[in-house]
Design a binder for this molecule. Structure first.
Ligand code: PLP
Length: 394
């Protein structure tokens, strides 16, 4: 509608949420869809976290919180950063938001001016590109491929830098590829970035705990990068708290204070009960959620094995998060059951219609040869979904 702003008219709808809505709609019509499109753990929230929320309600927590989060929550976040990442922060460097998604949106809004370039090693998480565009930025994809495990090389990074480069945004473990940057790999990228001191690094570490290598590294660990790296994290993935909407950042004070200012005009801060529960979630050691990580690891083996039995799917070995991102370009130019497959979107739609399995097209993540499958689903669902896909592609 022309009465809407250019800003929203030019913005893409979140492809993952659109697929989730379509899945929900088909399910409501009675169609038996298996949803592998959403990045949402299927475990219940740990009991100790639920209990903390109940206690907070009973203790009459109800009022607006400080815009950047309760002081004792910020303290719990600081302790977590020290315990899990050996990173030191002061309370003024922490901002709690309505999901890591808002943390990222704040960062785009406070750091980008019209025309500023945002480097996005592709494949990247869906919202980075549109959030930066809304803020006036220009997303610049840096293509990678399955041959480099979907990781950006120092050479490709340096080649993409221009005088307009304002920031680089990436996730490790990565949604959608499952790739995990090792400390040595991050150091090599840092060696490029130290030559360009104006560039800010946004390190999205929301899948930190869902890492099968047992080793999580952050760009902020390097002394020469700490002052210009913002770590984004949250409780959605590790604690199965997606609907509770709590994310947070640790970063340079000047950036954190700007996010606080921005958020003060947009949401006034995150939900108070969810903030209380997050204190308890973060105070407990990660060992308490290891059972989820172990389950994801088994499901990864299962889905990789079943995918390897289907002709035309090429996969990397995802070392974290809960996605596989197979290259399915083998099917381009083919006709299946009378339907032409020319793009990853065609293929994803074909799987929805013919296999009744919801996936997400790689185009949404900046990689047109792939689709994303989430294995945050039961082993039964994964097995049945792969069976259906195999049948539909015969
Ligand atoms: N960053 C990445 C890489 C994600 O995959 C997601 C959720 O899908 C988010 C951020 C946003 O998480 P939240 O639920 O905290 O907004």
């Amino acid at each position: 509608d022309h009465r809407l702003s250019k800003r929203v008219n030019e913005m893409a709808t979140s492809a993952t949420l659109a697929m989730a809505a379509k899945t929900r709609e088909l399910k409501e019509q009675g169609v038996d869809i298996i949803g592998l499109s959403l990045g949402e753990p299927d475990f219940p929230i740990p009991d100790y976290v639920k209990q903390a929320a109940i206690v907070a309600i009973e203790e009459n927590y109800h009022a607006y919180t400080p815009v950047d989060g309760y002081g004792d929550l910020k303290k719990a976040i600081i302790t977590k950063f020290k315990r899990d990442n050996n990173l030191e922060y002061k309370p003024s460097q922490i901002v709690v938001s309505t999901g890591a998604k808002q943390s990222l949106a704040n960062l785009m809004m406070v750091l980008l001016d019209e025309g500023d370039e945002v480097l996005l090693p592709a494949p990247y998480w869906v919202s980075y590109a549109d959030q930066s565009k809304v803020a006036g930025g220009v997303p610049k994809e840096i293509p990678t491929s399955i041959e480099t495990d979907f990781k950006v090389t120092p050479q490709a990074l340096e080649a993409a830098i221009t005088p307009k480069t304002k920031m680089i945004v990436y996730s490790s473990p990565c949604n959608p590829s499952g790739s995990v940057y090792s400390r040595a790999e991050l150091r090599k990228l840092a060696d490029v970035l130290v030559k360009y001191p104006e560039i800010i690094v946004i390190s999205d570490e929301i899948y930190e705990h869902i890492n099968f290598t047992g080793n999580h590294a952050s760009m902020a660990e390097f002394d020469d990068m700490y002052d210009r790296t913002v770590v984004v994290n949250g409780v959605s993935k590790a604690f199965s708290m997606t609907g509770w909407r709590i994310g947070y950042i640790g970063g340079p004070e000047w950036i954190a204070r700007a996010c606080d200012k921005m958020q003060g005009q947009v949401t006034s801060g995150a939900n108070c009960i969810a903030q209380r529960a997050t204190i308890t979630a973060l105070e407990n050691p990660p060992s308490k959620i290891k059972f989820m990580v172990d389950a994801f690891k088994e499901r990864r083996s299962l889905i990789l094995k079943l995918l390897s039995e289907i002709e035309g799917f090429k996969t990397n070995n995802p070392e974290g998060a809960f996605y596989v991102f197979p290259d399915i370009s083998y099917f381009f130019g083919k006709t299946l059951r009378g339907k032409n497959i020319n793009t990853a979107s065609d293929f994803s739609l074909y799987l929805l219609e013919e296999a009744k399995v919801a996936t997400v097209t790689g185009e949404a993540f900046g990689d047109a040869n792939c689709i994303r499958l989430s294995y945050a689903a039961s082993e039964k669902e994964i097995t049945e979904a792969m069976h259906r896909i195999k049948e539909a592609l015969k």
